[in-house]
Ligand binder design. Structure first.
Ligand SMILES: [Zn+2]
Length: 107
């Protein structure tokens, strides 16, 4: 069984949470994130991206989510990915969309 562990403001933070959980070997699913590109008739509040995990790992996942939320109090500037031009929140060093590091490829 799956349980919702996080409701994100935007697709980027949902994917950031998924990445965070993945780093701790917790599988998760992001739901609703693609509705943003469909646009139009669905009110934003009804297509907030959600992160779901198995109930077996829910407690641990929830802890990690809360931890990451408390870390968000430290405001770091958003950055734009050099490769795909997506906006990323400052505390993440890797693009949520294409996994390119913030610094980009050094040349
Ligand atoms: Zn990118």
């Amino acid at each position: 069984m799956m349980k919702r562990v996080y409701i994100a403001d935007n697709a980027a933070s949902a994917w950031n949470i998924k990445n965070l959980l993945q780093q701790c070997n917790i599988d998760s699913e992001v739901k609703n994130d693609q509705l943003y590109s469909v646009a139009g008739e669905v009110p934003v509040t009804e297509c907030m991206p959600e992160v779901w995990v198995d109930t077996a790992v829910y407690e641990r996942a929830r802890e990690l989510v809360l931890e990451s939320e408390s870390r968000e109090d430290i405001v770091e500037p958003d950055w734009i990915c050099k490769k795909c031009r997506e906006t990323n929140t400052g505390q993440f060093a890797i693009c949520w969309s294409c996994q390119t590091p913030m610094a980009g490829e050094s040349d």
